[in-house]
Design a protein around this ligand. Structure first.
Ligand code: GLN
Length: 243
């Protein structure tokens, strides 16, 4: 993995993993690996760039990834991203953003960390407060039909609750777990999508990975052999819905 952006040819897909030193708890870096693998299987050249929080965010990425994190690192990441400004410019340019949990919350208008309210990046019309208890456990839901992907499955671990404004579409309707607020889970607008699902989310939901690849390339990814991911999905969904 490189730590700096290097010039690439047009056919390269540039995946940017934002602040691994702050936001890579819960194995969310797996989302980067899944995207890289699924892109490579479609014959795409892939460049993975990991950008630590003391570095400038490259603006020419195709897909930007944010992971989960504890409250302190989450607040620090939000402040550094706001000061950097590169993620805003990338979104205006049409880049894809996929964010999980702390990364998802900080894309919104505001969130709470350690009892203090912080400004988010305003890239999604959401705001987060704290819930009565920590939401920990399996998470599943029926994905918004506009996205054309099957049941979302994942694992959640967060104290925040997220409320959507009119400019954000819910990603899914919760069937197991809490997600945003016990009713909906995740949100998206344009090519910016967030979820509470760890797992990693794109390992457990390969169709979501392919949706991000479609958004980034404009080309529907060719079918690949998903026998094993499908088996994993069936096992997890059977386990959580039969409890
Ligand atoms: N710190 C946030 C919360 O507890 C996000 C946690 C996480 O990323 N898992 O709500």
């Amino acid at each position: 993995m490189s730590t700096e952006s290097t010039p690439t040819t047009e056919s390269h897909l540039r995946l940017v993993w934002i602040y691994p030193d702050l936001l890579s708890t819960y194995g969310d870096r797996g989302n980067l690996l899944i995207l890289a693998r699924r892109a490579a299987l479609r014959g795409l050249g892939v460049e993975c760039v990991e950008v630590r929080s003391d570095s400038v965010l490259p603006e020419q990425g195709d897909i930007y990834l944010l992971g989960g994190g504890e409250d302190g690192p989450q607040a620090m990441a939000a402040q550094r991203l706001a000061a950097d400004g590169g993620l805003h410019r990338a979104v205006v340019r049409g880049a894809v953003v996929f964010a999980v949990c702390a990364g998802y919350q900080l894309l919104g208008e505001s969130f709470f960390a350690k009892g203090v309210q912080y400004a988010g990046l305003n890239l999604l019309d959401i705001r987060s407060d704290r819930g009565p208890s920590r939401a920990v456990g399996e998470l599943a839901g029926e994905v918004n039909s506009a996205l054309g992907i099957p049941t979302l499955t994942g694992f959640e671990n967060h104290g925040g609750r997220t409320h959507l404004g009119p400019q954000a579409h819910p990603l899914a309707k919760v069937s197991v777990g809490v997600g945003n607020d016990g009713t909906t889970e995740g949100a998206w607008r344009g090519r910016v999508l967030g979820t509470y699902s760890h797992g990693p989310a794109l390992a457990r939901n390969p169709a979501l990975a392919d949706l991000l690849l479609l958004w980034a390339t404009g080309i529907t990814p060719a079918p690949i052999d998903d026998t094993w991911p499908e088996r994993l999905r069936r096992e997890r969904l059977t386990a959580v819905t039969s409890r």
